[in-house]
Design a protein around this ligand. Structure first.
Ligand code: ATP
Length: 364
């Protein structure tokens, strides 16, 4: 069992808090992605779990064993770090075999694992080469092969695909996912690439400023962000945010978007009471609005500013009040810039967000 448990971890550099009281439990054999913008603390958190940077406070356990202050070699983990350069004076074969030899794995088994890992990463024809005669992408694959060949219960990876070109990255993403699902290690994978996170992780921990803002399955993080930040960070385009005034008319609470009055989800009405006379943020994804080319009572009239044909869909840019909104439509809907369209906002697709706390109020 290799459950990883991080409790109240704090890591500072001088006055700066890079990891701010983070708690996270990764189940045995689970694949969790740490995702967030540059500088949010992903690598620092991973390094603390690896034993490469001692925390100021907090506890890290692996398989129930307190490893907080143990050196990396005593943690029974393997790592593929961006900064973990492979040895330039060793051939690829010996680089991959290095950790296995250090661990006293016999020669036959070492050979089997080296060749298997090399084959999985399509570098079997490079085994006799020295790393300085290879591209950055090839070297990165050697580093991944070395980590995988170890067959540790815990695998920590920091941006292992970052040096690959776009096409190879796409191919390797699927390969790595297949490969990792076969090796059954508890895996933590750092990336700032949300597509990588959404496509690979069992769960994604989305970080901002040293804090985990949400940790859930990819579809949950995408469909039901718990706060403004997660909605704005995940998705291409990101979630739309539109200001809505909460007003009372004829005894009923309504949300006013632009000059359009919407009747919010009935379940939500009690939660809305305290926002009467104030504004909230309505979060909705581009693909979750219905676009009509003719008026309807329950739809908001908007002018199309830009149409971007993207093949399987068209992306419209419109404005609602002061907010710029992206709407995805089927290419069969013929619209051009300056046309008017009518938008429906399905109540069950809306995330209602408090303007102050930026937390989703409903649905939770
Ligand atoms: P990236 O995606 O760019 O690698 P990250 O989310 O992994 O970013 P970290 O490398 O964990 O971010 O860094 C978090 C913050 O801590 C950054 O602001 C960084 O400048 C700071 N930091 C990291 N290492 C050190 C260090 N050794 N000394 C001082 N500050 C550091």
């Amino acid at each position: 069992m290799a459950e990883i448990k991080v409790q109240n971890l704090v890591k500072t550099f001088g006055d700066f808090t890079a990891v701010d009281n983070v708690s996270l439990t990764i189940a045995d054999k689970e694949f969790v992605v740490l995702l967030g913008p540059s500088g949010c603390g992903k690598t620092t958190l991973l390094r603390a779990i690896a034993g490469l940077g001692m925390p100021d406070s907090g506890v890290i356990t692996i398989g129930g064993r307190d490893v907080t202050y143990l050196p990396p070699r005593d943690r029974k983990i393997s790592m593929v770090f961006q900064s973990y350069a492979i040895f330039p004076h060793m051939k690829v074969y010996d680089n991959i075999a290095f950790g296995l030899k250090m661990n006293g794995v016999d020669i036959k088994e070492t050979d089997r694992r080296v060749r298997e890992a090399a084959e999985l990463l399509h570098i079997e024809n490079l085994l006799d080469r020295f790393p300085n005669k290879m591209s950055g992408g090839q070297r990165q694959r050697v580093a991944v092969a070395r980590g995988i060949a170890m067959q540790s219960d815990v695998l920590l990876m920091d941006e292992p695909l970052s040096n690959l070109d776009a096409l190879l990255r796409l191919e390797m993403r699927a390969e790595l996912k297949r490969l990792l699902s076969g090796i059954d290690a508890t895996t933590i994978y750092v990336t700032h690439d949300q597509i990588e996170a959404l496509s690979m992780g069992d769960r994604i921990a989305v970080m901002q400023d040293g804090v985990i803002k949400q940790c859930d399955a990819p579809t949950t993080v995408y469909d039901m962000p718990e706060n403004y930040f997660v909605g704005s960070f995940i998705g291409n385009p990101p979630m739309n945010f539109v200001e809505a005034q909460i007003i009372k008319q004829d005894g009923a609470l309504l949300a006013k978007v632009g000059d359009f009055l919407m009747s919010p989800h009935q379940v939500m009405v009690p939660l809305l009471q305290k926002y009467e006379g104030e504004s909230m943020i309505m979060g909705i994804r581009a693909e979750n609005m219905e676009t009509l080319d003719r008026p309807a009572d329950d739809a908001l009239k908007v002018k199309v500013l830009v149409v971007e044909p993207l093949g399987a869909q068209n992306l419209l840019t419109i404005r609602i009040g002061d907010d710029t909104v992206k709407v995805s439509t089927h290419p069969d809907l013929k619209v051009a810039a300056d046309d008017h369209v009518w938008l429906r906002f399905p109540a069950d697709k809306i995330r209602w967000i408090d303007r102050g706390t930026k937390q989703v109020i409903y649905p939770q």
